[in-house]
Design a protein around this ligand. Structure first.
Ligand code: ZN
Length: 684
């Protein structure tokens, strides 16, 4: 309380102690910080110059901009417990042009470090042609060029004064490294965040001579012999290759499936090129200082084919990206008010965890609760945990939930590994070469797992050798599957795994060539596609075929959101899908709860302290959740010593009664609001 009074005085606030009575400690802390925050101007990652050039900033923007750098402001932030801040650094106007503003960040960074705060620097990925070409005239040669040889501008509003650089241009990469060196040496950056590093959708792909040459080299690597190339393209000389051109009769927006083999390879080339550029920046930074954290604005995993549109394929960034953010319209987390669809970033969190990346999110409300439950807090010595309660987004949230998160961050949210009974396997050719149709069964199957609270992972081709850790692998409408992957999956089944597949899974090979017979159905001894869920044993394992995942609502495409998140309603046969999974998991489900379908759950084990941690998120905002029963398979050997219920509504955890029967631990989660955490402790 002494601390509270001090903080309130420091903020010039006279708050009566009596008005705090009856509040939880988390509410009190949130209130303290809200009072202090009234006098804080949060950092903006944008330089003043950008706001003024772009337009649309408030009249007092220059004053607010000045105030954010002031020592008084930064000291106040530190006093309120801020441990981190992202400063404007390089937007793309040119180093010389931006230097006066970079110096302001330099001063701010010096003080932040003195006060024990981490400094994150923003790096933008477009070239501002009005100023940058004045100071670096040769940069005009670094631009991307579309099929007509025109530059490729930025796409939001009227910002055509920003052009994208070609990711295959070495001089541009070298320039950005010079920028990074300034950040490392002069601002002692603890983190870099790269924005705008994505490629534009067709017809705006870069067709410059550099890219076309690099594409041919890429094809030679992929198909090193004349025979291999002939099998793929029909001829054996890579020099013949021309990437298709778009016109009014051949519009990219009309493409549903990509069957053209050159275009298929072009999609992969674009993804690899973008990732290669980012890897070069990552490797450069880490070669100077491995303690610096590096993240990119990759956004998450949506029913929007970002492989096709933006050349973003997250697995290509594995090992070269510490964190990414979401930053996208059309993904407002929560229950959609019109359709009731549960809209969530859980997929993004799941894939990120398997790729050893953290997600950066945590705006107030359900976003923060979701981050707490599902984020993997990647640790980098020297920097610390990513996605923690004191990082970029979460630290700006001044709510009781955020205070709860900060209180328990290091104790319960770190050193955890999630429990996953099954995995959804998203194959590259199914997700990349179907512009939107594959996303429907995929998203809907994942929706069943999320809302029925089945512990699961999302995996991709590079995880194929980790499938033995799952009781079941699920292929929801994964139409294109290579022979190698099929053989690997069959081996998995023969040794005891369950393979659940739906719809047209494996109808095509990895080049989207239709097979004469479906190899998985053949293996089940089925001549025709059955119309009901069908199960067959194969050695020690099982094959389960579900004919269709039936959308729960009519799907009406909306631009690139061919399957808008508002339509992620549970499929009509969700019970059937859930039952097929639950019934055919070799060891059964690790956890079964009676929490409603408007909730989500994550279960993790914390080996270090021998605890199982279960997070519940209630998406029905503003509504209290009635108590519900949980049956858990104990996760550690030994006796369960306690089950504790943690919630931001209680100062201290509540001890829960529990029983053990039939190898299950049974307890009831008390009434909760948006978020709660259960900690199961064991003694040996
Ligand atoms: Zn290019």
């Amino acid at each position: 309380m002494k601390n509270l009074v001090f903080l309130l005085l420091a903020a010039g606030i006279a708050l009566q102690n009596s008005s705090l009575q009856g509040l939880t400690k988390f509410e009190k802390r949130a209130l303290e910080k809200q009072q202090i925050a009234k006098n804080i101007v949060f950092f903006s990652h944008e330089p003043l110059m950008f706001g003024l050039r772009r337009g649309g900033v408030p009249e007092n923007w220059p004053e607010r901009y000045e105030r954010q750098h002031s020592p008084e402001n930064i000291r106040l932030m530190a006093k309120a417990g801020w441990r981190y801040g992202r400063l404007h650094f390089y937007k793309g106007f040119g180093l010389e042009t931006e230097m006066p503003e970079i110096r302001k960040s330099m001063e701010a960074a010096r003080l932040m470090h003195k006060l024990g705060m981490k400094v994150s620097l923003y790096v933008g990925g477009t070239m501002f042609i009005e100023t940058f070409y004045r100071e670096t005239p040769e940069a005009i040669n670094w631009e991307q060029r579309d099929q007509y040889g025109r530059p490729v501008p930025y796409l939001v509003g009227t910002q055509t004064f920003r052009h994208f650089a070609c990711p295959n241009e070495p001089a541009y990469r070298e320039y950005i490294k010079r920028v990074l060196k300034v950040g490392i040496d002069s601002l002692k950056a603890d983190q870099f965040f790269f924005d705008n590093y994505f490629l534009r959708a067709e017809p705006k792909s870069c067709r410059c001579p550099r890219c076309l040459k690099a594409f041919k080299e890429f094809l030679k690597r992929r198909f090193p012999t004349p025979e291999a190339l002939r099998a793929r393209l029909g001829y054996s000389d890579v020099e013949y290759v021309k990437v298709n051109e778009w016109d009014e009769f051949n519009r990219p927006e009309d493409v549903v499936n990509v069957d053209d083999p050159v275009l298929q390879e072009w999609i992969r080339f674009r993804c690899e090129t973008l990732a290669d550029q980012c890897r070069e920046f990552y490797t450069y930074i880490k070669s100077i200082n491995p303690q610096i954290s590096v993240g990119f604005n990759l956004k998450g995993l949506y029913s929007l084919n970002r492989i096709w549109y933006n050349a973003v394929y997250h697995p290509f960034f594995a090992g070269y990206c510490d964190f990414f953010c979401f930053d996208i319209d059309g993904m407002e987390q929560g229950l959609n008010p019109e359709t009731g669809a549960l809209v969530t970033e859980i997929r993004s969190y799941k894939l990120a965890r398997r790729l050893d990346m953290a997600c950066s999110d945590g705006d107030p409300g359900i976003q923060l609760a979701e981050q707490m439950a599902f984020n993997y807090q990647k640790y980098i010595p020297g920097f610390g945990y990513h996605g923690a309660g004191y990082n970029h987004y979460a630290q700006r949230v001044l709510s009781p939930l955020a205070e709860f998160f900060r209180e328990y961050n290091d104790r319960y949210y770190t050193h955890t590994e999630n429990v996953a009974d099954c995995a959804v396997f998203r194959t590259w050719p199914s997700m990349a070469y179907s512009v939107w149709k594959t996303s429907i069964p995929t998203i809907l199957a994942e929706q069943v797992l999320i809302q029925h609270k089945v512990p699961f992972d999302i995996i991709v081709d590079q995880h194929i050798d980790t499938i033995e850790r799952y009781g079941a692998v699920i292929l929801p409408g994964q139409e294109s599957l290579s022979k190698e992957n099929i053989e690997r999956l069959v081996q998995y089944v023969r040794s005891g795994g369950t393979l659940i597949f739906t719809g047209n899974t494996a109808d095509y090979n990895q080049w989207r060539r239709r097979r004469a017979r479906n190899p998985l159905l053949s293996l089940m001894g089925l001549q025709r596609r059955p119309s009901v869920t069908t199960v067959r044993k194969l050695d020690k394992g099982k094959l389960v075929y579900i004919p269709e995942i039936i959308p729960g609502i009519k799907i009406t495409p909306k631009g690139r959101w061919a399957f808008p998140s508002s339509q992620w309603v549970l499929p009509a046969n969700h019970e059937e899908i859930y039952n097929a999974i639950a019934r055919h998991l070799p060891g059964g489900l690790s956890i079964v709860t009676e929490a409603p379908l408007t909730t989500a759950m994550e279960i993790l084990n914390r080996e270090k302290s021998k605890e199982t941690i279960i997070h519940f998120v209630n998406y029905e905002q503003g509504k209290k959740l009635a108590p519900f029963r949980v049956e858990l398979k104990p996760q550690f050997k030994g006796r369960v010593s306690s089950v504790a219920f943690f919630s931001p509504e209680h100062d201290d955890p509540l001890k829960l009664e529990f029983t053990e029967a039939g190898g299950k631990l049974i307890f009831t989660v008390p009434e909760m609001q948006m978020y709660s955490m259960i900690v199961v402790s064991y003694t040996s």
